[in-house]
Design a protein around this ligand. Structure first.
Ligand code: 4AD
Ligand code: MG
Length: 432
């Protein structure tokens, strides 16, 4: 084979020419004297047509012996074909088999989800999973593009930490020589330190929560982007959240048209996701829920059904702000006029996808934070460095965490967050 090598997404540049494509056999159909090979290469799927009278006995027989997911190189002439999903078809000239594939476990029929999760290392080869992973990469790109071009500097917090950020019940403990260490639940506290060094920062990486939750919104290991801003308050925080989510959604709509189509996503439901987003207070949310038949009292946290009911009213994410101090984390700044609520917000995605962002202004006063350490029984030795930030040039600051997989699940319209990460860690699932 001497013709140029290309990829399926680029065949359009070679109409009428002979090219080679390296890939895998996705599916095959035959009608006696013609075989149709569906070849995938990671960039797309294309049909290669082998006509016995044209390719000859030997190559035709080779096509015949190819099995699902065997790796191969095909050579053929690129033709435009309006009926094909890719817009092109290849008239096969030659084929070379590389790695064989016997009894491939994932056939083209329906499989149960446990079976698919056991075979996640192969499941990601299917067009649907490929589309999701492509969208994931674009969401990550959009996050970085937006923050990098708005004066945020990426700073990476440690994964192994001596203490918790969001509460002690969900920590993964591990041995760190002679002491205990914990896998990070959130990079926030380190981001706060970095904000005092660099102004506007963000962390972006995996976090770990030993949550015994088996819901369609919970992963044990998930990714969070956590912007943190010095000299910023609650209002600034919400504005950055709206702008970031707007940018992510609009970026995916323009860059992932094919993927969203492959996922059958109703993109009309995403078109209106543009700042400003609707905002209500926790107080108003409680009143609304009560008047719509929900049993909930002021002071209780929302559950998934409450969030879904509230968000259903809107065509874009809903911001709920100023929750009771008692249901939120120790580091949140109280409302100066109403210390029973904190200057925080959660962003709830539409269509039942739940909380995608949690954020707040942080306590910047040393005395108040020290008092919180006492009332929450937090060890001041492991957190001494965090208190130091309030001792040496403390400033009002705010930040938030956006859950990457929940955001992807919403944008792609997935049933469950497990498909939004290449290899999900779930309750009682660590394989593959
Ligand atoms: O609301 P959370 O717990 O906030 C924090 O961790 C803050 N320290 C962030 C900050 O202010 N820097 O988590 C933030 C987001 C949630 O809104 C949700 O989208 C996601 O992380 N999240 C999960 N996603 C998947 N699986 C889980 N188990 C998740 N828990 C939280
Ligand atoms: Mg939260």
């Amino acid at each position: 084979m001497a013709s140029p090598v290309t990829t399926i997404q680029n065949v359009g540049a070679y109409v009428g020419q002979t090219v080679q494509i390296h890939g895998w056999l996705y599916n095959k159909r035959s009608s006696g004297k013609i075989q149709f090979l569906q070849v995938r290469d990671g960039t797309g799927l294309i049909q290669c047509v082998a006509v016995k009278s044209e390719v000859g006995e030997e190559i035709f027989e080779r096509c015949n012996s190819l099995t699902q997911e065997s790796s191969l190189t095909v050579e053929g002439v690129v033709r435009e074909d309006a009926r094909a999903q890719s817009g092109y078809e290849i008239t096969l000239v030659a084929v070379e088999a590389l790695g064989t594939s016997q009894d491939y476990p994932i056939t083209l029929k329906e499989h149960g989800v446990d079976f698919l999760l056991d075979h996640r290392h192969l499941w990601i080869r299917t067009p649907r999973q490929r589309a999701i992973l492509k969208v994931r990469a674009e969401v990550m790109r959009a996050v970085s593009d937006y923050l990098d071009s708005h004066d945020f500097t990426r700073v990476d917090p440690p994964v192994l930490t001596p203490s918790s950020c969001e509460g002690t019940t969900e920590l993964f403990e591990t041995q760190y020589f002679d002491e205990s260490a914990y896998l990070t639940q959130s990079g926030q506290m380190y981001a706060e330190a970095a904000a005092m060094a660099l102004g506007r920062v963000y962390s972006f990486g995996p976090v770990f929560r030993a949550e015994k939750s088996k819901t369609r919104r919970h992963l044990i290991e998930f990714w969070m982007v956590e912007p943190e801003m010095a000299f910023a308050e609650h209002e600034d925080n919400m504005q950055v959240q709206e702008a970031l989510v707007t940018h992510i959604v609009q970026h995916v709509l323009t860059h992932c048209e094919d993927e969203l189509k492959a996922l059958d996503r109703d993109v009309a439901k995403l078109a209106n996701v543009k700042a400003p987003f609707p905002r209500i207070t926790y107080d108003a949310a409680i009143e609304w829920l009560k008047s719509h038949g929900h049993e909930i009292e002021w002071g209780e946290d929302f559950g998934a059904p409450h969030e879904s009911a509230l968000a259903e009213e809107y065509d874009r994410p809903l911001i709920i702000e100023r929750y009771p101090t008692s249901v939120k984390a120790f580091y949140m700044q109280p409302d100066p006029n109403r210390p029973e609520v904190v200057l925080c917000d959660d962003m709830i995605a539409p269509e039942g996808y739940g909380e995608i962002i949690g954020g707040s202004e942080r306590i910047h006063d040393y005395e108040l934070l020290a008092e919180r350490f006492e009332t929450h029984n937090l060890p001041t030795d492991t957190y001494a460095w965090y208190l130091d930030l309030r001792k040496y040039g403390s400033v009002p600051h705010a930040g938030f965490g956006l859950g990457l997989e929940r955001t992807i699940a919403w944008i792609c319209g997935l049933e469950h967050v497990r498909e939004a990460i290449p290899f999900p860690r779930l309750l009682y699932r660590l394989y593959p």
